[in-house]
Design a protein around this ligand. Structure first.
Ligand code: DGY
Length: 434
């Protein structure tokens, strides 16, 4: 496929998944609006249709809760055959809640970065500035919510209360913390996620028991932030989400400066995050960043793509970045092409005993992770490696289509077909090549 053909095919996927107001992550498998999907989709849209990119962001913001939280799933068009259905969450009518049904969880905050990228290249400067002024206070309110609700102790790192908040739902990072939870009174549920995707490529039955149990606990607490933080049986400072938040804060800072807003608060968040990444998340022996489990009061020592993700935040020193790249990303037993896999970047290190080549976030390659790491490599000057991962990502979508994830061993297609962020980020990667 030529670059032009690939670009056209990617735009077709977004067109087919477009409901008019928001783009579905995948037509059948994910028929509502998801939080980090929307931001990543907007990053791709901006390469050919800036007004449509802005509309995607405004649709996401329409689901913002009155306390500032932006939920992980928005159901503006009501129920579908996707499970959980809107009613399962019991978020309607909450005093701090949304204007229409949404989930009660949040997701990695790529939003500020998407807004900045949309604004950076826009040619209609007045309209662009008006857009930034409109959305800035809402994005700031979300970041404030993160620190108030999920870091009330002021550590500089925010916590997740459910694996779905990480976006890496069934990562090996969560297995140990979940196994400590005693399952009782799990709400009754019926999975619908095998209708369009093979069961062995989806999270396990055991994982779903924990996912549903936690939702049951939290809806009983009426999604009240203080109660959630103090009672959540799962409370983890996730490296990837915090790396994305730090990068988003850098982007928010630049936007704030441009529109003349005070930025000391954001600078404070970044200073604290830099210190906490070093002191709490960096593991000097391994040369990796690990999540911190607040309930167990210890790091989660799992080697996954998240351990490399601080590259994207720009927080590591150049020697820390070098260790991530030389000892891990470039290691054929872990993330680089080698005898056990031809494609960058498996979601779990190939030499982990928990690696599963075809199962969702436990091994397959994801285009968004490649995109985050590519951005990070460029920040630290590793342009040759960034080019290699870019070319491999484009090769994957050219040969296997815009699927949800890929087998690192041979690039085989996995998960949902016509996956929007695989298409959107292809557009962004192509625009960087030219
Ligand atoms: C799913 O349904 O698998 C989603 O990832 C939940 O957010």
């Amino acid at each position: 496929m030529t670059d032009t053909e690939l670009r056209y095919a990617a735009m077709q996927v977004l067109k087919e998944n477009d409901t008019g107001n928001f783009i579905k992550p995948a037509y059948r498998q994910y028929p509502h609006q998801w939080n980090w999907d929307a931001a990543l989709i907007a990053i791709g849209l901006r390469t050919y249709d800036v007004p449509r990119a802005r509309k995607e962001i405004l649709s996401l913001l329409s689901g913002q809760w009155s306390d500032g939280m932006i939920p992980h799933i928005l159901y503006p068009t009501g129920a579908s055959d996707y499970f959980p259905i809107p009613d399962f969450w019991r978020t309607e009518g909450l005093p701090h809640g949304p204007a229409y049904p949404t989930s009660g969880l949040t997701q990695p905050p790529v939003l500020a970065t998407a807004v900045r990228l949309i604004h950076k290249d826009a040619t209609d400067k007045d309209a662009s500035l008006a857009f930034v002024k409109e959305v800035y206070p809402k994005v700031l309110a979300w970041h404030r919510w993160f620190y108030a609700a999920r870091d009330p102790e002021g550590t500089g790192l925010v916590a997740i209360i459910h694996p779905w908040e990480s976006g890496m739902d069934n990562s090996t990072r969560w297995s140990e913390a979940l196994s400590r939870i005693k399952l009782e009174n799990v709400p009754s549920y019926q999975r619908k996620d095998f209708q369009h995707v093979r069961e062995e490529e989806r999270p396990s039955a055991q994982d779903y028991e924990y996912f549903m149990y936690l939702i049951g606990r939290y809806r009983d607490l009426q999604w009240e932030p203080e109660a959630l933080y103090s009672k959540a049986p799962f409370l983890i400072q996730d490296v990837l989400l915090n790396a994305i938040l730090a990068r988003a804060n850098t982007d928010l800072l630049m936007l704030g400066t441009e529109i003349g807003e005070p930025t000391t608060e954001i600078e404070g968040w970044l200073d604290k995050a830099r210190e906490a990444f070093n002191e709490r998340l960096w593991n000097h022996e391994e040369g990796l960043y690990f999540d911190y489990d607040l309930r167990a009061a210890r790091p989660v020592q799992q080697n996954t793509c998240a351990a490399l993700s601080p590259l994207y935040s720009g927080l590591p020193s150049s020697s820390q970045a070098q260790r991530l790249v030389d000892e891990h990303l470039s290691n054929p037993d872990e993330y680089a092409p080698g005898p056990n896999g031809q494609y960058y970047i498996p979601s779990t290190s190939k030499n982990s005993p928990l690696f599963e080549a075809r199962r969702y976030w436990r091994g397959p390659v994801w285009i968004n992770i490649n995109w985050f790491i590519i951005q990070g490599l460029r920040t630290y000057g590793y342009h040759d490696l960034a080019d290699v991962i870019t070319k491999q990502s484009l090769e994957l979508v050219s040969k296997s289509g815009f699927v949800e994830y890929f087998d690192t061993r041979d690039g085989a297609p996995l998960g949902a077909e016509g996956f929007s962020w695989s298409a959107a980020l292809t557009l962004d990667l192509l625009s960087e090549l030219t």
